[in-house]
Ligand binder design. Structure first.
Ligand SMILES: C[C@@H](O)[C@H](N)C(=O)O
Ligand SMILES: C[C@@H](O)[C@H](N)C(=O)O
Lengths: 157, 157
């Protein structure tokens, strides 16, 4: 089927948080997100790439602005238990998402989204994809422009 | 709405690839995935966490077994252009996914998935989430057990 991008939107009520240097062993992710869940914190995107050394890894995620400080405090409290290095956070971000069908079987769709943003000098901080949704975290001030150029590039004006 | 996990499945035709130390500047992700798309390579998950230093980043993604070698070669060819360090890859992996509704607004769902896997000593290599799907990359040999314990833990026997 031809890939159909049906919706492009941004969400500026978004902050990104990364816990750095956690042990890459079973149970760590469960511990982190259970502690956040216990505080009633809704986590939106969770993104973890592959460990480079199979010893440590970093886990990035996003929460609303209201939950950023509490999330950071929860993670800082866990640093010793996780043997992790630090927690970094940034509230100057927004999520830009493209929703569609058939996107996985069309390798060019994600490439085109990333290229359109790159051509306008919009840096992509985080990426998460599924068959029906591609989400990028960008600088908050660029979210409106990002949606506009993606609408234009994908013919959704 | 109560979170409803409707489906839990694994995909063993999965290999993970990471390009390490790419420049964290606009256009890099577009370049990488355009080159892969030009070869007709279907990329499944793309996962990029936040850069730690705003200078470099790593990008992980998955492709089928048939596409792993070509993907690695494409990336190796791009290393100079991207000022990247290396390409790492692992074919001893599988994707385990939970599909549901209302998962984003229920912070405990991802935490429970990660904890169930952790309790059985199943290490999580990569994580990618959306409102309706949580995907984890684990060791291939653990995929069947992972699906079984998640079915049991979420009451989907
Ligand atoms: C690392 C890569 O995602 C880069 N930040 C880009 O925007 O293309
Ligand atoms: C880093 C973290 O994801 C760890 N590998 C775990 O399985 O919990």
């Amino acid at each position: 089927e031809a890939p159909v991008v049906s919706e492009i939107a941004s969400d500026e009520n978004c902050t990104k948080i990364t816990i750095v240097g956690v042990k890459d062993k079973p149970g760590i992710a469960g511990t982190i997100f259970s502690h956040l869940a216990d505080k009633g914190i809704n986590v939106d995107m969770i993104v973890q790439g592959a460990s480079l050394d199979e010893k440590t890894n970093n886990i990035s995620f996003t929460v609303t602005r209201d939950d950023m400080n509490e999330s950071v405090n929860v993670l800082k409290g866990l640093l010793p238990k996780l043997s992790a290095t630090e927690v970094i956070h940034d509230d100057n971000v927004a999520k830009v998402s493209m929703v569609g069908v058939g996107m996985r079987s069309h390798p060019g769709v994600a490439a085109k989204m990333f290229s359109l943003l790159g051509e306008r000098n919009i840096n992509i901080h985080m990426i998460s994809t599924s068959e029906i949704k591609i989400s990028c975290i960008v600088e908050k001030g660029k979210a409106v422009e990002a949606v506009r150029i993606l609408h234009s590039g994908f013919g959704l004006e």
